[in-house]
Design a protein around this ligand. Structure first.
Ligand code: APR
Length: 310
């Protein structure tokens, strides 16, 4: 049986997810959006790239979910992006309604799927999808850490003039200004970052990674990043479909790990065909634990707002 992935939202992130999934021949793709014609047009356009690029999967677009039936994965990117001066949290209530609808439809047509959330504010949208879908916790996963670490790795590689492929980084916490890049566990081919850069430089790079999304919003003015976010989401899709069991930082539902309960927060997980197959709970230093607790508290504040709407 061919694999099938639904991408909800045919905007910048969604269309690029569809293009990357097709380009890697991971699955047939159904692109869904509320705007009439847009998912159909973009889907056809991506399909017509196949003969040139040499990929052979089916890509279609739709305004309803019938064509999405029996998807293996539903990637939810539908929702408003940030504009300059906005935080991800400013999107909360508008995107809550959108993610709620998308989740209901995903559950109705693809009851055995795995949900990969991209819509911001990410951790709160994961919690929404988890509550609405009633899926087991291994089947609701948020894309944040792969993107945040990609940004951190990019800045470290640039600073050192080395290949990004040699830089391994870990970012924990919510996908917001309070995210917690763990520079102590970041290394370049096994060499700790502290051996290569002074603390002031490391702090500057951590800060840039934390504000990596806002940096792009400031340039684009009319929206937020989409090339790196779609690449990150598709790395997760690939790890699930191919049962690669990659260890990636993703938003996962925690039930006491890291002292956090009933929240989605970014942690290292093993990602395979069953979704989240393991959550790695690593020993943190006191300052790291405190920063993570602060980040979780920021996520909790948003959840409290959502609870009043449910
Ligand atoms: N169902 C399906 N699609 C919807 C719905 C809905 N209920 N509501 C809105 N959309 C669609 C819009 O029509 C639009 O095509 O979602 C798409 C969003 O696309 P963009 O505006 O280009 O936003 P994008 O950059 O893709 O970001 C989407 O991902 O990274 C996050 O913060 C970002 O929350 C934002 C989301």
């Amino acid at each position: 049986m061919r694999k099938k992935v639904t991408v909800v939202g045919a905007g910048n992130v969604g269309a690029n997810c569809a293009l990357r999934i097709a380009g890697k021949e991971l699955a047939d793709v159904v692109l869904v959006d509320i705007v009439e014609g847009v998912p159909q047009g973009k889907g056809l356009d991506i399909l017509e790239s196949g003969p040139v690029e040499g990929y052979d999967v089916n890509v279609i677009g739709a305004n309803d979910y019938e064509a999405t039936a029996n998807s293996d994965i539903v990637v939810i990117t539908a929702g408003f992006p940030r504009k300059p001066g906005m935080s991800r949290d400013d999107l909360l209530l508008a995107n809550y309604e959108i993610v709620k609808t998308a989740t209901e439809q995903a559950v109705k047509y693809s009851p055995n799927s795995i949900l990969v959330l991209v819509t911001n504010p990410l951790d709160a949208m994961c919690w929404t999808a988890f509550q609405i879908s009633k899926f087991s916790k291994n089947r609701v996963i948020g894309m944040a850490g792969v993107l945040d670490t990609a940004r951190f790795r990019t800045f470290i590689a640039q600073e050192l003039g080395v290949s990004v492929s040699n830089v391994t980084a870990l970012v924990l916490g919510g996908h917001g200004d309070t995210m917690v890049p763990i520079s102590r566990l970041t290394n370049v081919s096994g060499i700790p970052l502290s051996e290569l850069l002074d603390q002031a430089t490391i702090d500057r790079l951590v800060d840039r990674a934390r504000n990596g999304g806002a940096e792009i919003v400031k340039y684009l003015k009319t929206g937020s990043a989409y090339y790196a976010p779609s690449a990150a989401a598709v790395e997760m899709v690939e790890s699930i479909l191919k049962d690669q069991k990659k260890v990636l930082p993703c938003a996962a539902y925690l039930e006491g790990e890291y002292g956090i309960k009933d929240l989605f927060v970014g942690v290292p997980i093993k990602l395979g065909s069953r979704g989240i197959e393991k959550i790695y709970e690593i020993k943190l230093q006191a300052d790291e634990q405190a920063a993570l607790a602060k980040s979780a508290a920021a996520v909790k504040e948003l959840i409290e707002v959502i609870k009043t709407k449910m």
